[in-house]
Design a protein around this ligand. Structure first.
Ligand code: COA
Length: 430
């Protein structure tokens, strides 16, 4: 059949697509900037007619109405990584967390659960019947290959990204045309502390290194501080606006990369129009599935690989909590453990955890003698390498507990150092 004819035959309304959902269906939706707004919004409207439906999301960017507490029993959200909405509805029994390391998230879900429906987003089709999955292939391509029913929301504004992003009309069961504004996440304005952290990290990143930058406010400041570097490469999970700035400043060439030389490699993008325009038909950018980009064995084949992620709390032994706050799930492990472990395997690699020394306007030290009961740990102390705050760098790899205590107190906020010493004595770790 002619691809255009096939395309036309597969067009449906969002209402028709949501009518395919049955009681107890498992739906997986594309993540973050790849989430399908028309389908999710329509699900929100029809949710009351359904029972026991599970909707798997990751870093949901908008409230589509399907997590309203009055829909308890109709819909349950399962999320690999909490954004503001999953976080908000976690306590209302409408949302639960899917613990995972990003490189295995999609594979495990497809192997262990019956995925009835995948809802993704894509560019318009080309003349050969291909779409680009555009802003993310973290798990989306695995879902296209494994779900019983695949529906794509086609948005003319999505950039055509290159790498392993293409799917063919023959793999798709339905198309919902919905040209709308793209989901954007503007970079947070760096604080003075963020800039100080960025300067310390810039000293740790050598020319020719390949870097990964994680999610959160601090990574934007770090990107600013790397502009004077030379011949950097990118092997990341998330493409950000800061990476575009680094490329435009001439700091990124990728020429010294050992994996995909000359190309910036990642699995999803979340930023502003500046980033999305940069990605469009850009042969210097390679999207690969999360199972590849985040596989620690793949990451570790890059030489001088530096992973740079952020955290919420670190204890005096070096345990890192990045996804748990105030007794609740805050975000997710995402690719933090993957990228950190990959960097540890890399010749000349470094694993950096960056955090401000205090939170809540200076009232709380993020470096704590012990973690609160029930805290979920993202990186065990045996894995932690370099911890950076605005007061310096604590190199923990190969160090005893006693030495770690000393080094971590040295980078804690001065207002809390005496208290941390006293607690370390009381706990007999000093
Ligand atoms: N105690 C109490 N509150 C704390 C805190 C602490 N130890 N640490 C941070 N907070 C508060 C902040 O003050 C802020 O509150 P506000 O929103 O009222 O200002 C809030 O928690 C968020 O902290 P912030 O540091 O601004 O978060 P962020 O948006 O920069 O994200 C992480 C940081 C750690 C949550 C995020 O990087 C993450 O989820 N990481 C895990 C996954 C990961 O690294 N993946 C890697 C590749 S993408």
């Amino acid at each position: 059949m002619n691809f255009q004819t096939e395309y036309r035959e597969k067009i449906m309304s969002a209402e028709d697509a949501v009518d395919m959902v049955q009681d107890n269906s498992v739906i997986v939706a594309g993540m973050a900037a790849s989430e399908p707004p028309a389908l999710l919004k329509t699900l929100g409207k029809k949710a009351r007619e359904l029972e026991g439906v599970r909707v798997c999301t990751c870093l949901l960017m908008r409230d589509y109405g399907f997590m309203d507490p009055s829909l308890n029993g109709h819909i349950l959200n399962e999320s690999w990584f909490f954004g503001p909405w999953e976080r908000k509805f976690f306590g209302s029994k409408m949302a639960t967390h899917l613990p995972n390391n990003l490189h295995e998230a999609g594979i495990k879900k497809a192997q262990k659960d019956d995925i009835n429906i995948f809802w993704g987003t894509a560019t318009p089709m080309d003349e050969r019947g291909h779409f680009s999955l555009s802003l993310g292939v973290t798990y989306e391509k695995i879902m296209v290959e494994n779900a019983d029913i695949v529906i794509l929301e086609v948005n003319e504004n999505l950039p055509w990204t290159l790498g392993d992003t293409q799917v063919h009309i023959s793999q798709i069961d339905g198309i919902v045309e919905n040209t709308c504004d793209l989901i954007e996440l503007p970079p947070a304005q760096p604080t003075a502390e963020d800039r100080a952290i960025g300067e310390f990290i810039a000293d740790l990143v050598e020319d020719g290194a390949t870097i990964q930058l994680g999610i959160g406010g601090i990574p934007n400041a770090i990107a600013e501080c790397l502009k004077e570097k030379n011949e950097l490469g990118i092997h990341t999970e998330m493409f950000t606006d800061g990476m575009v700035d680094l490329f435009q400043a001439g700091a990124i060439t990728g020429r010294e990369k050992t994996m995909w030389p000359g190309k910036m490699v990642g699995t999803f993008a979340l930023g502003t129009k500046k980033l999305y325009d940069f990605l469009d038909h850009n042969p210097g950018v390679e999207f690969q599935q999360g199972s590849i980009t985040n596989d620690p064995f793949v990451i570790g084949r890059n030489h001088k690989m530096v992973s740079i992620n952020t955290a919420l709390q670190v204890d005096l032994c070096g345990q890192v909590v990045s996804e748990w706050l105030g007794g609740r799930q805050f975000s997710g492990t995402g690719g933090q453990a993957d990228t950190h472990r990959g960097a540890q395997r890399s010749p000349g690699g470094k694993g950096i955890i960056a955090l401000r020394s205090t939170a809540k306007k200076g009232l709380i030290s993020t470096i704590q003698p012990q973690l609160p009961a029930g805290a979920q740990i993202t990186l065990g102390r045996q894995e932690t390498d370099l911890v950076v705050t605005e007061f310096g760098v604590a190199s923990l790899k190969g160090m005893s507990v006693r030495e770690r205590v000393k080094r971590l107190i040295n980078i804690a906020h001065p207002d809390f150092r005496d208290e941390l010493h006293e607690e370390a004595e009381r706990l007999e770790i000093w």
